[in-house]
Design a protein around this ligand. Sequence first.
Ligand SMILES: [Fe+2]
Ligand SMILES: [Fe+2]
Length: 338
Amino acid sequence: MRVVPVSAAEGRRGILGTGIEEGLLLKPVTYPWAMELYDQAVANTWFPNEVQLGEDLADFERMSDDERRALTFLMSYFNPSELLVNKALAFGVYPYVNAAECHLYLAKQMWEEANHCMSFEYVLETFPIDREAAYAAHVDVPSMAAKEEFEVRFIKRMTEQTLDITTVEGKRDFVRNLIAYNVILEGIWFYSGFMVALSFRQRNLLRNFGSLIDWIVRDESLHLKFGINLVLTVLEENPEVATEEFADEIRQMILDAVAMEEAYNHDLLPNGILGLNADYINQYVRYLADRRLDELGFGPHYGVANPAKWMAAANDTLQLVNFFEAINTSYEVNARQD
Ligand SMILES: [Fe+2]
Ligand SMILES: [Fe+2]
C-alpha cells in the first residue's frame, strides 16, 4: 500500500488545510491507508467492563509494596496523558487535516483515548489505590511532570498562538506536534509503560489487567501508524518542510524524549520488581526509539537489542502485518534526511 502523492490525486488538495468546505465528502478516498486504519479501528472496538478486573484483587493483595507502588505510578502517568492526547488531536491535528477519511479515523481515535481513560479509572476504582495521591503524582514527581511539560509545550503553539498551516513554519509545527504526541508519547513512552504493566502477567499476576492493557496496546499501535503515515504524507506533499536542519531537530526531539523517559523509569522503579529494573526498561526504551527513528526514515541511534522479546510477540498479533515495512520502502528516498 502506498500513500497517493498529491500530484497523483487528480487535482485534490493535499492532506493539510483549513478550508471548512474541504473534506466534506468521503469518496473518492485520497488516502486509502487512513480508510484501512479506520476500518481496523472499528473492528478492534472493545469496552473495559468486558474484563473482570475484580478477579485480580487477590493478586493485588499479595503484591509487594514496590509492585503496588509501580502500578499506581503507571496510572498516575497514563491517566492525564490519555486526555492530553485528545487535546493534541482536537487542537493540533483535526483542524489542519482536510481529508474526510482522516477525520473519520481521528474521531474513532478520540473515542479510544476516552475509552482508555475510563479503563484506567476502572483500575483506580477496583484496586485500593488512593486516587488523590495517584492524580497528584503527574505534578509532584519531577520526572513525570517533565514529560508532561515537554508535551504541553508543543500543543501550546497550536492553542495559544495562530498557526498558519499554509506557511512552511506552520507545517513544521504541525509535524513537531505529531512527533511529540504520536511518535514520542504514544510510540515510545506509552510502550515503555505497557511493557511494565504487562510484566505483572509475565509473573502470573493481574491477568485481567493484562487483557485490558493488550487491548490498549492494540489501539495505540494503530494511533502510532496513523501518526507516522500522516508525518510521511505531509513531508512527501511538502518537500520544502524537510530540510536537513529540521530533520536534525526531529531526531533530537526523540533523543531528548529517551533521556526524559530514562529519568522517569528510575523514579518508577527505584528498586527492581518482577525481574525488572530501570536499566532493563531503559534498554527497551532505546530499542523503541530506534524503531521509531527507522520508521521515520532515520538510521537507528542506539543499536540495542530488544530485551523484552515477548513484547514483540504480543505486537505481532496485529492484523496489519508489515504495514510500516511497505510504507517505509516507498518513502525511503523522500523521508531520509540524515
Ligand atoms: Fe490511549
Ligand atoms: Fe493513543
